[in-house]
Design a protein around this ligand. Structure first.
Ligand code: URP
Ligand code: ZN
Ligand code: ZN
Ligand code: ZN
Length: 472
């Protein structure tokens, strides 16, 4: 019975050892050195690393920007091919509908048919009626334990004001739901965008000019203060700037349950990429904007030290020719977001581990273990007995140049085109089923299943610490 993966170098967030893993059905049944188990199938992983499948807690398969919609879950094989076995999707609540109602309909009509990776959802509050804040109490029963609000994007249907954020924080706290925010000052951005366009500065580079780091710093500090006032945890998504990271670190060090992530592109790309000629810069239009080397250095240090606890892709599959070109005469109409779910692991490995900035254990923690905890996915993110058999076999002796020709994102460009990556995702198992074999995706539509998130993810643990330390 089962599959025995032998002689691989097993890496978890806390360990590294040469050993064996025995998979039975969908679960890890045994793990250790020289397991003496008779298995139906044996796979030799000598010279390869054996990692837990990744959890990408920040992806967009349904995002709509001014009428342009990203590629959907029919492209989620890209996640699998990149070693990410679970994705967590942001679902914008439809006007007049509940959060769970919107999610359930989307899951039934689309996600469950196509998903090739396991999945869960963050509910994005877009219609802030009193009933919607009341609904937060019942979300955990439906397996939804995170809600998100956008402080940015003034004028778009998903923008939220401080009143909504404060109400969401208060409602979420007791339900064990974590509030996530995209923190940028929407009013300042709106003013700067209008000034740029009026002055004839319409090219993609002005995306960064109209979104300086301080718009992110200001909104982050405001979000932290709102969370303190509500006595609730908060999670700041896609942190890009040194000073933003420092605000989160300071609040966290004071004992507040305040957390943040960064994303792959903020670690390896630069705002100068937005200045590439012939509208190539539009490929890098994402929000917040790409920053500078100073920020990248600070972000690498932050993920190494745990001041930011996850690296996500913020995957957003817009086509360059047909969709990004909406903004050819006005950068404010370029759909925001870039693809990258397939490239997260190989980039972290190459530019983090192989450059000696983070250990392999840190990589596993940022890529898989902590995002699972953040989102209450208790059966995911670790190689241990009883955990789901989501396993990546990583071949370190491989080198390639990233090209859209071998990307599965389903769009016409790759954000990391031309970058060298070392190592490759050789094989992937999703709950025991082999879905990548020697680098080739071999799974199928519907392999992924909905994961019920548990309430009180990692974020709440800090809350308890703060209460203990202030009451003693
Ligand atoms: O520019 C981005 N990041 N697009 C996706 C939506 C968001 O803000 O996360
Ligand atoms: Zn965002
Ligand atoms: Zn995003
Ligand atoms: Zn901590």
């Amino acid at each position: 019975m089962g599959l025995l993966i032998k002689n691989g170098t097993i890496v978890t967030a806390v360990d590294e050892f040469v050993g064996d893993i025995f998979i039975e059905g969908e679960k890890i049944n045994a793990i250790g050195k020289e397991l003496n188990i008779e298995a139906d199938q044996v796979m030799d992983a000598k010279g390869k690393y054996v990692l837990p499948g990744g959890i990408d807690q920040h992806v967009h398969y349904s995002f709509d920007f001014k009428g342009e919609r990203v590629r959907g879950f029919e492209t989620s094989n890209a996640a699998i091919a990149g070693g990410t076995t679970t994705v967590i999707e942001f679902v914008n609540q439809e006007q007049g509908k509940g959060i769970a109602e919107t999610i359930e309909q989307y899951d039934k009509e689309e996600v469950s048919k196509y998903a090739m990776a396991d999945y869960s959802f963050h509910g994005v509050i877009c219609d802030p009626r009193d009933e919607v804040f009341e609904e937060i109490q019942s979300l955990p029963e439906k397996g939804i334990t995170t809600v998100k609000l956008f402080m940015a994007y003034k004028g778009l249907p998903f923008h939220s004001d401080d009143e909504s954020i404060y109400k969401a924080l208060r409602a979420s706290r007791d339900a064990g739901v974590t509030v996530m925010v995209h923190a940028e000052n929407a009013d300042v951005i709106d003013t700067l965008q209008k000034e740029c366009v009026e002055a004839g500065n319409t090219s993609p580079y002005y995306h960064a000019v109209s979104r300086p780091p301080l718009v992110e710093v200001e909104a982050t500090q405001r979000a932290i203060n709102l969370a303190k006032m509500a006595d609730a945890p908060i999670y700041i998504v896609h942190v890009t700037a040194k000073e933003v990271m420092e605000s989160i670190r300071e609040a966290h060090n004071e004992g507040y349950p305040i957390y943040g992530e960064t994303c792959t592109h903020y670690l390896v790309l630069d705002k100068e990429d937005l200045a590439k000629p012939n509208f190539e810069g539009a490929k890098y239009v994402c929000s917040p904007a790409l920053r500078s080397e100073k920020d990248r250095t600070a972000l690498w240090e932050a993920i190494n030290k745990g001041w930011l606890n996850a690296v996500s892709s913020d995957h957003c599959g817009f086509n360059w020719k047909t969709q990004k070109h909406m903004g050819i005469h006005d950068f404010t109409n370029i759909p925001n977001g870039s693809p990258g779910v397939q490239d997260r692991l190989e980039i972290l490995w190459t530019y983090g581990v192989n450059k000696g900035i983070i250990s392999k254990q840190r990589l596993v923690d940022l890529f898989s273990t902590t995002p699972a905890k953040n989102n209450g996915l208790i059966q995911k993110g670790h190689l241990g007995v009883g955990y789901d058999a989501d396993i990546v076999i990583y071949d370190p002796d491989h080198r390639r140049i990233i090209s859209n020709d071998n990307s599965l994102h389903g769009v016409d460009y790759n954000t990391y085109e031309g970058m060298t990556v070392e190592g490759r995702v050789k094989d992937v198992f999703l709950r025991g089923k082999r879905v990548v074999s020697d680098g080739q995706f071999i799974g199928e539509y519907g392999d992924g299943k909905f994961l019920h998130s548990e309430p009180y993810g990692l974020c709440y643990e800090g809350q308890e610490k703060k209460e203990t330390s202030t009451s003693s």
